[in-house]
Design a protein around this ligand. Sequence first.
Ligand code: SF4
Ligand code: SF4
Length: 78
Amino acid sequence: MKGSIRIDSSLCKGCGLCVEFCPNHVIEIGTQRNGMGYFYAIPKKEIRKSQDENGCTGCTLCALMCPEVAIEVYREKR
Ligand code: SF4
Ligand code: SF4
């Protein structure tokens, strides 16, 4: 299944749980700080540039792990 994610950077506290638990390693902590001063998580470059080949399977693990409920997961209908 193909999926994609959207991370609300204003909610993220940069804990890294989503990065650690994504089985496909498609999330990273970026180099920008949000309004609270945290380096926030972002989808890796490949997931951002292409919805077709982004490596995300829409498994929802990242969203389930996020203590700030900052991640939304979208799944492609087949
Ligand atoms: S939905 Fe699954 S595959 Fe996609 S970014 Fe989150 S943990 Fe990774
Ligand atoms: S789990 Fe949530 S709060 Fe932690 S880095 Fe990922 S998006 Fe940010």
